[in-house]
Write a protein that binds this ligand. Structure first.
Ligand SMILES: Nc1ncnc2c1ncn2[C@@H]1O[C@H](COP(=O)(O)OP(=O)(O)O)[C@@H](O)[C@H]1O
Ligand SMILES: [Mg+2]
Length: 271
């Protein structure tokens, strides 16, 4: 029903915000995993999420396309606006949300099917009526994988190297032309050369896509993120609740952070 609403950008979506996320609380069951994290994902930019393990980076990222809905006990207090609409509003179909806001995971996870079918998967799912072959080629080119696979499109996606598999997953994600790509530590299972390729790819994709990237690698955030959000964990009340400490241009966050916590984290982790 509300799928139509999401497909029609509203007048005030002309601002630079791709996603305007105002999280007041995120629970897993009774556990308060994240509090007070307002994150603005700007159009055409790469926003990096950094911070210590367990500070809620993945939780917030997954909230941006309702991927957390799949986790039992998940509950969000707040709003996540995409194209001027709260994606958590009643009646919004999470499947439609995920079509507009795609996701790439930490472990490359191609389906156990051919390279071609991996990329065509979302198109078929969405009953795409146009030329699927053309779309598959375009997506593979976009993911900088075409030249390596064009002669073996029928081979299994799982036969590729780790770095190629991750680029295949990126091709699968971009095939349906989402507006935003969420990437949760997409390079953490890759070697340094494959990591560089994926980083270069992210920089290329920025022309057409908005990207939100979780990374535990601060140098990676420095290399690719335009904007950086630093999260930390609050242990003062006996729990372990993550929250956004500060967010700003990447240079500012790394060279002139406003918050003492950010300074300490950046100094510590770079040594
Ligand atoms: N599926 C889940 N069920 C329950 N708790 C979770 C789940 N996923 C994450 N958590 C908890 O939420 C907090 C934030 O986790 P996460 O978002 O994965 O942090 P990060 O990505 O920064 O390492 C942690 O305390 C983690 O244990
Ligand atoms: Mg994580």
């Amino acid at each position: 029903m509300s799928t139509a609403v999401l497909e029609r950008p509203q007048a005030h979506s002309a601002s630079e915000a791709a996603i305007n996320c105002r999280v007041s609380k995120i629970f897993y069951g009774k556990f308060l995993a994240v509090r007070d994290s307002d994150v603005l994902i700007e159009k055409g930019k790469i926003t990096g999420f950094i911070g210590p393990s367990g500070c809620g980076k993945s939780t917030v990222l997954r909230s941006l396309n309702r991927m957390n809905d799949l986790i039992k006990g998940f509950r969000l207090e707040g709003e996540v606006d995409f194209l001027g609409q709260d994606i958590y509003a009643k009646g919004v179909d999470p499947v439609v949300v995920r079509r507009h806001i795609g996701m790439v995971f930490q472990q490359p996870n191609p389906f156990s099917m051919s390279i071609y079918d991996n990329v065509a998967f979302g198109l078929k799912l969405n009953r795409y009526k146009g030329d699927i072959e053309e779309k598959v080629e375009h997506a593979l080119r976009r993911a900088a994988l075409w030249d390596e696979v064009k002669d073996k499109l029928k081979a299994s996606g799982l036969s590729l190297s780790g770095g190629q598999q991750q680029r295949l997953c990126i091709a699968r994600a971009v095939a349906t032309q989402p507006a935003v790509l969420l990437m949760d530590e997409p390079c953490s299972a890759l070697d340094p050369i494959a990591t560089r390729r994926v980083e270069e790819l992210m920089l290329e994709l920025k022309d057409d896509y908005t990207i939100a990237l979780v990374t535990h690698n601060m140098q990676q955030a420095r290399r690719v993120a335009d904007v950086t959000a630093f999260f930390s964990v609050d242990i003062s009340r006996g729990g372990r609740t993550g929250y956004l400490v500060e967010m700003g241009q990447t240079d500012q966050i790394f060279e002139d952070p406003h918050e003492q916590l950010t300074k300490e984290y950046i100094r510590g982790d770079f040594s």
